[in-house]
Design a protein around this ligand. Structure first.
Ligand SMILES: Nc1ncnc2c1ncn2[C@@H]1O[C@H](COP(=O)(O)OP(=O)(O)OP(=O)(O)O)[C@@H](O)[C@H]1O
Ligand SMILES: Nc1nc2c(ncn2[C@@H]2O[C@H](COP(=O)(O)O)[C@@H](O)[C@H]2O)c(=O)[nH]1
Length: 202
């Protein structure tokens, strides 16, 4: 696994400036992306998190329009056909995409925007919006990733296995990113990510 401080510094002078404040947070399922984003937004509510559209069924406690906009295959197909998605990907048997208009609107108004998306989506954004800061969240170890994904208790064993198979591939792509943060401590990652985003720690 990567060395967080060394990798984080690889971002160099790059990052969301006043005119372009888009950041992508990616990393394997269960590594802690949503946990870290929650922490960031608790301290900086002005950071806008894109609400993705997905064909995945809601988990208990998830609300349409909050964690995701839940749709069916036909709904997702028409969003693609109308060019409404900034990027989209198939992940563990479902489709996920970033609605384009709200992201563009927030960026136009100067608000910092965060996308929490998978590797395929991150690659698409790198092509279409190369100015976005791309951050990879890595687990401290493979065993810890398995523990987190299993411990979360949101997926059945076969889906966990599918996500872990994908995680093996995703971990090999870490070097494509501007910075890597190893999620050993949420507090530490929060502070490092805030620094990368040019925001005050807390
Ligand atoms: N630093 C950490 N130490 C221990 N547990 C953690 C840490 N960060 C997150 N977790 C736990 O790991 C589990 C997975 O976290 P989370 O749901 O945020 O992952 P994710 O990357 O958003 O997953 P997915 O991509 O599947 O949506 C949760 O139970 C969370 O509480
Ligand atoms: N390419 C995209 N990936 C997305 C988007 N929204 C979420 N995701 C990623 O999907 C997996 C699984 O999410 P889960 O909520 O079912 O656990 C995870 O890696 C997310 O980051 C998106 O709009 N585009």
């Amino acid at each position: 696994m990567s060395n967080d401080s060394a990798s984080a510094s690889a971002a160099g002078g790059r990052g969301p400036g006043p005119a372009q404040r888009l950041a992508v947070l990616s990393g394997p399922s269960g590594v802690g992306k949503s946990t870290v984003v929650r922490e960031i937004r608790a301290r900086h509510p002005e950071v806008w998190l894109s609400v993705s559209v997905t064909t995945r069924p809601p988990r208990p406690g998830e609300t349409d329009g909050v964690e995701y906009r839940f749709t069916d295959d036909a709904g997702f197909d028409s969003m693609i056909a109308r060019g409404e998605l900034l990027e989209w990907a198939r992940f563990a048997g479902n489709r996920y995409g970033t609605p384009r208009a709200p992201v563009e609107e927030r960026l136009r108004s100067g608000q910092p925007v965060l996308l929490e998306i998978d590797l395929q989506g991150a690659r698409q954004v790198r092509e279409t919006m190369p100015e976005a800061l791309q951050v990879f969240l890595a687990p401290p170890s493979w065993d810890e990733l398995v523990r987190r994904l299993t411990g979360r208790g949101t997926e059945p064993p076969e889906v966990i296995q599918r996500r872990l198979d994908t995680a093996g591939v995703e971990l090999t792509a870490e070097k494509e990113f501007d910075a890597t943060l190893v999620n050993t401590s949420v507090d530490e990652v929060r502070e490092r990510l805030l620094a990368l985003l040019g925001l005050d720690g807390g």
